[in-house]
Write a protein that binds this ligand. Sequence first.
Ligand code: MMA
Length: 184
Amino acid sequence: MQAQKVVGSSKTVKVGPWGGHGGIEWDDGIHTGIRGITLIHDRCIDSIQVEYDHNGKPFLGEKHGGLGGSVTTKIKLLYPDEYLTAVSGHSCPVVYGGSPVIRSLTFKSNLRTLGPFGVEDGTPFSLPTVGGMIVGFNGKGGWYLDSIGCRISATRSVKMYETLQKKLVKFGTMATKPFATAKS
Ligand code: MMA
């Protein structure tokens, strides 16, 4: 499969959050892509930690949620060829009388579906994106992951930049030639 190289644009749309209203708010901010996600789960999603791309460099976000959970899933995306296009899942209380928490999460990339992780129980939520990519997550967390939302950015082909970059390099070489000759 031929994957198209894309980057996020600076214009983003915030979607969600889905889930409950418990826990404290967290927001990873806006980045240029996602390189990996670590989920710790069991009967619900206990925690999430996202490794972003920020202008070509890895940026590790904080871990959100609690310290429990028995299964650790490390999702490694084939950055930069692969990028996340959608997130979906389920939410409902996991303890009697508690507020809803994220029970399951499924991610979609331009290449595959990752998950479901956790337990698909409760109210489903989904984000059907058309030609966008996820560039940041936010939500609430306490003992568990209470809610999750994300920022979507339009994708644009890198090809335009590569072409422009090549032209600039060529121009730059010509422009600096007298200097280079003088120095050597
Ligand atoms: C804590 C507290 C709640 C939150 C739950 C689940 C046990 O209570 O932070 O506000 O809803 O954890 O994360």
